[in-house]
Design a protein around this ligand. Sequence first.
Ligand SMILES: Nc1nc2c(ncn2[C@@H]2O[C@H](COP(=O)(O)OP(=O)(O)OP(=O)(O)O)[C@@H](O)[C@H]2O)c(=O)[nH]1
Ligand SMILES: [Mg+2]
Length: 590
Amino acid sequence: MRVYKTPEIRNVAVLGHGASGKTSLVDALAFVAGTSKRHGSVKDGTALTDYTADEIERKYSINLALAVAEWMETKVNLIDTPGYLDFTGDALAGLHAADAAVVVLSGTGGVEVGTEKVWEVCDQLHLPRLLFVSLMDKEHADFERVFNQIKERLTPKVIPVEIPVGEGPEFHGIINLFSKKCHLYKKGTKAGEYDEVDVPAEYQARFEKYSQELIESIAATDDTLLERYLGGEEIGRDEAIRALKVGMQKGELFPLFCGAAELTYGTRALLTKIVELCPAPHERTPIQAQKWGTAEKVSLTADDGGPLAAQVFKTVSEPHVGDVTLFRIFSGKVKNGQDVWNAPRELSEKLNHLCVPMGKERVEIAELHAGDIGAVAKLRDTHTNDTLSSKDVGLVLPKIPFPEPVITLAVEVKQRGEEDKLSTGLHKLHEEDPTFHHEFNAELGQTLIRGLGERHLEIVVGRLARKFGVHAQTAKPRIAYRETFRGKAEGQGKHKKQTGGRGQYGDCWIRIAPLPRGSGFQFLDEIVGGVIPRQYVPAVERGVVEAAQRGPIAGFPVRPAETSAPTAGRSCSSRSWRSRCGRRTTIRAP
Ligand SMILES: Nc1nc2c(ncn2[C@@H]2O[C@H](COP(=O)(O)OP(=O)(O)OP(=O)(O)O)[C@@H](O)[C@H]2O)c(=O)[nH]1
Ligand SMILES: [Mg+2]
């Protein structure tokens, strides 16, 4: 693979609901482009970007993974993301590394909850988007229905650029509204090859309707174009593409494509449009970085001559290799073997064996230009969300806002003695996946793991065994019960100790009563007239607090009820006290 300069790069995240066909599409695009030599398949476990053992076994994506399609002298970095919500963290990471997105929809499922979620995030990030309706060959696929769902549930600004010829098992061609030609695929085509013919007569009416809509939508985004269009002038293809690209960047147009990735139908046209319509890294809005240690902000564009700022958006720990760090260069360029600086950790790192990731393979490369995505193995202490910069200009990029965990389970080793390995494994898995958290809860005596769903935690436990040789099982977390009280009570405690001499004798009374809900804990010293010396009173409070650690009912901590338990709160007062030094003092209660 050759070195590509900034204008020759496109970073595209491939997003969508689970099983909409993203991984199959990425594989087909890389294959059709000729960059990947083999057409893989999710079903056979050979897809380029579903290569981990978990993914092959389960037949769905768990991690984001990268592939490259070299097309029209351009390097398209494809970021395949998982569709299941349990793995949203990786979809978010992928989005933050991209300059544009291809939102994939299934021809049968249409807009689903996962599609709406990723759409929302793309909206927040103002990311230009293309939509691709895949699985058009599947029984009950219906392009028109999906198009209408997109209009209703995602955006009214969607505009078809292609329409299918046949649907479901009849699907065999695509009409392109720009080229005004029809591509007919021969059964068994290997790499998306087609015969180009005129628009079939039975599609002429549909073609004209959609073509007119397309050109009107494009013209409406630009006053000069609109004037010319209304004046009856024809808008040329290149002009229309340029205007569409600008419209996409402003979030005013979202072109819609169709195909069947598994059959490679529609993939060539999609690649061409990715190159023509998605912005190169230097065309995106600048990103604000912070000069480390100062409040100074620096606006960065993808420029080789700018200060280096590369964000780590994913860390994968691979057997026999160790940690592989995936990063996106937002400014500056890097060379193989270069020293870089991790400012917050005050750490110098060496980019040995600089690579371009291609599924599980990594292709070594001499240098990467501004805006490109790369990988490097064996960094010393750099993790997801860290920024790599240069020592003279230490920079930090805004962090990817990973979601907080929503479910918690306990995890325990099956074999005694593996506790240390468990803890190391969990720590590594957290470094790989910031949406996964773990902690040892001393009160429950359990290790707790937290994640975005049951499937997420199930995968974590599988990885513990596979990657770290720790056989663990999950359990329900014990419940951290609390004790509280509803009524008033009084109690007396005595202390006697004869150690020769005068000995010690103490006599303490406390009165306890609930306060209104939410008032917390109060200790009232109601001794009046200094009947016992003040210095003995704090010891009583400490005794009360200590005793409250283990409640009398079941040994759980006693707490004032705040939200769930009935009214409580506590008030304690010493009543009578005979001090440890043997002097008798009486504390009068109010
Ligand atoms: N008929 C047909 N099936 C397809 C096509 N593309 C993908 N599939 C099948 O649809 C299923 C899902 O495809 P994937 O590519 O794994 O979908 P995904 O969007 O990556 O799924 P997640 O990674 O789980 O989000 C697999 O069984 C594929 O074989 C297609 O064009 N036509
Ligand atoms: Mg996938």
